[in-house]
Design a protein around this ligand. Structure first.
Ligand code: GCW
Length: 679
């Protein structure tokens, strides 16, 4: 049963529905599978593996003219090419069509590229895993972004920064000689959702990663991933020329520095010809960067871009910058630093922006940089590892959080300029497009620490491929592939997944509260956190509770961070009468007896949300109890135990926050609620 945990959404369980099973068997009984590249071989292997698991059959290989299922690149499928009419698939898109040719019915899976065929095969398998009728398939899919990468915050000593699923899966000691099967399964899982790159190491980068020995280790991983279309990238430390190269400076305008990076890039490409490029965290949280030498982000990024350009590599330059020596609202800093640099970045540089301006909070308004930079490609960074969402103990399906950001309208080019549209490059055609997810993967047998945390990895891939995708549909697919197609399981659990993020917001940070978790660890509540050396790491800096009220005034009477948005958005968040309850205390400081839309006082509304959040976890536990008949005992038991911990933690969040804020509001808690206890 541990196997079901390990196999993720690729556990090819026997098809239960006999009607569709007959279809699948017929189609798979005669397969033409074009031969060629390692990627086609990987696709072939996957299809055979799937057939064995889903139907317990080994497909018979036949000639092109005999196939009930024909799989290959468009130039490998003869006349059928004309019938599938795919349009341009040069970006690894694919088609899956059921074609009727006289008396012959044939399912065609085809693409322009080898990788497209692999994606098509995974999509075809998904049809069967989710119990679809495959009689009339007519699917064309193309990725809407070019680069879809995981960011591992993995250190060379195998600890993982903000990792809650064991240690790093990269066994540096045994690399390059030993390729763990886990690397292959990792690549399969990624490819199955369209992820095409991985940054192997932490953005707080260790220079050892650029030494010849580690380049060889990275090469071994790149070789293992290549058949699955996964490119390897590295996070680099800006001071590497000094720390590793022995130079006197890492000034990006210095010729010796430029040469050092050019040589380093050439050295990497010698081992890894399709190396993806660099990810850089600079001048943030103590990391060195161009500003250390009086230069700006564009100077730094472009210098690295020039080193990579001859090899077609890219630079992902993070906009997560802030500094406690800057006296202004931390939420404003990235915009202030990057806005003046708009249009100054080289073509192979993309700026990587977190979904919100603070830091992966349970809820943040979308980052004001989206829309603000019109000449610079931006990519979105979301965090799959649940740093602020209860680690791998709490069931929180994050796709609704990703979507909240992607669907937000920046109004930058008028109504409909959503973050998703910006991400897809609609306003900067031909420039780089990308999305990154901070991985939640580790050595735990179930990869992510919580069986349901796998859904965050899965949904990231789906959304990076198509930022317009629907979170509920993704949850539906994931549940079916991971657990069962039984509606008695799918319906209630999809519902629970879809609510889970709002539940967490309610018991952690309702009404726009943020950054009130315990300092450093970021797990439990810590709204009282004060005096820890840096104001911008405390909680009191963010909630600003006092006897009069609570909330961060980011309007014109306060930090005016809201002015970083376009006027429509500014009015939406900034005017009290427009601001949705969800963002209220993010933008406004309000009196405890402020009258909410519900008619309740702010204090009573806050209390009500905390209690609602906890009750929702209790409901979820009840629903899960009823799921026992549909889940294997190991996973049932894992989730049941984790939910019990989540419940206790939710109660702790609620009690701590309600009691803490009550010391300011001095208002009673409605006696209908159970009395909050101190720990
Ligand atoms: O979310 C915060 C984390 C840091 C992290 C940083 C970042 C990798 O608390 O651990 O460092 O953001 O994104 O750079």
């Amino acid at each position: 049963y541990a196997q079901s945990d390990y196999d993720l959404w690729l556990n090819y369980r026997p098809v239960q529905n006999t009607e569709v099973a007959i279809q699948y068997r017929t189609v798979l009984s005669k397969v033409f599978f074009a031969s060629g590249s390692p990627q086609l071989k990987a696709a072939h292997q996957e299809l055979w593996m799937g057939s064995k698991g889903l139907l317990n059959i080994v497909p018979a290989q036949v000639a092109l003219a005999q196939g009930n299922l024909v799989i290959g690149k468009l130039n490998q499928i003869g006349e059928l090419r004309k019938l599938v009419q795919p349009g341009d698939l040069s970006d690894d898109g694919f088609v899956i069509n059921t074609i009727v040719q006289g008396t012959r019915k044939v399912v065609v899976v085809s693409a322009e590229t080898d990788l497209g065929v692999l994606y098509g095969v995974f999509a075809f398998l998904k049809q069967m895993q989710t119990g679809k009728n495959i009689d009339q398939l007519n699917i064309t899919e193309r990725p809407k972004t070019m680069v879809r990468v995981l960011n591992h915050w993995d250190n060379p000593n195998r600890t993982v920064e903000r990792g809650y699923a064991g240690f790093s899966i990269w066994n540096w000691h045994k690399l390059p000689g030993y390729i763990d099967q886990k690397y292959i399964d990792y690549a399969r899982a990624n490819a199955s959702v369209g992820i095409n790159g991985t940054v192997l190491n932490n953005v707080n980068a260790n220079i050892i990663m650029l030494t010849p020995a580690y380049i060889e280790k990275a090469k071994a991983l790149a070789d293992a991933f290549r058949p699955y279309g996964i490119k390897v990238y590295l996070s680099v430390k800006f001071s590497s020329p000094v720390e590793l190269g022995g130079l006197k400076t890492a000034d990006p305008l210095d010729d010796t520095v430029k040469k050092w990076w050019k040589d380093k890039a050439a050295e990497i490409y010698k081992s890894i010809p399709d190396f993806g490029g660099f990810l850089v965290k600079a001048n943030s949280e103590g990391q060195p960067g161009p500003q250390t030498y009086g230069r700006n982000h564009a100077d730094g990024a472009n210098m690295l871009g020039e080193a990579l350009a001859p090899h077609k590599g890219i630079v992902m330059w993070r906009a997560f910058v802030y500094d406690n020596n800057v006296p202004d609202d931390r939420a404003k800093q990235a915009y202030n630093e990057f806005k003046p640099l708009d249009g100054k970045f080289n073509d192979n540089v993309i700026v990587q922006v977190k979904n919100g301006a603070i830091d992966f909070q349970p809820r943040e308004p979308f980052h004001p940089l989206f829309g603000a930079l019109s000449q610079t490609p931006l990519m979105l960074e979301v965090q799959l590892t649940q740093e602020y969402l209860g680690f791998s103990t709490h069931l929180v399906y994050e796709a609704p959080l990703f979507k909240e950001c992607l669907d937000a309208d920046t109004y930058a080019k008028g109504e409909g300029t959503t973050v998703a549209n910006i991400l897809e490059g609609k306003y900067l055609p031909k420039k780089l497009t990308a999305m990154a997810g901070v991985a939640n993967i580790g050595t735990d047998v179930n990869w992510c620490g919580h069986p349901f945390a796998q859904s965050n990895w899965y949904s990231f891939g789906r959304i990076a491929w198509n930022p317009q995708a629907d979170a509920a549909q993704i949850a539906d697919d994931w549940l079916r592939m991971t657990f069962t197609n039984d509606e008695r399981f799918i319906k209630p659990m999809k519902d629970q997944m879809m609510r889970s993020r709002e539940n967490a917001v309610n018991y952690m940070t309702p009404l726009g509260l943020h950054h009130i978790m315990g300092a450093n660890g970021h797990y439990g509540p810590g709204p009282w956190t004060d005096n820890i050396g840096r104001a911008d790491w405390t909680a009191v800096y963010y909630h600003k509770a006092d006897s009069l009220g609570v909330g961060f005034d980011r309007t014109a009477t306060g930090s005016n961070a809201v002015a970083q948005y376009y006027p429509e958005v500014r009015d939406y968040f900034g005017k009290l009468e427009n601001c949705p309850d969800e963002y209220l205390l993010w933008f406004h400081h309000l009196p405890w007896n402020y009258k909410m839309r519900s008619g309740k006082t702010l204090w009573n509304e806050m209390v009500a949300r905390y209690y609602t959040g906890v009750d929702a976890v209790k409901d979820m536990q009840q629903v899960w109890k009823g799921m026992q008949p549909y889940v294997d005992p190991v996973r049932f038991n894992e989730v049941e135990q984790l939910m019990a911990v989540q419940y206790e933690e939710a109660v702790r969040w609620r009690n701590s926050c309600v009691l803490y804020f009550q010391t300011f509001s001095k208002m009673p808690i409605d006696p209908k609620y159970p009395k909050p206890e101190h720990d």
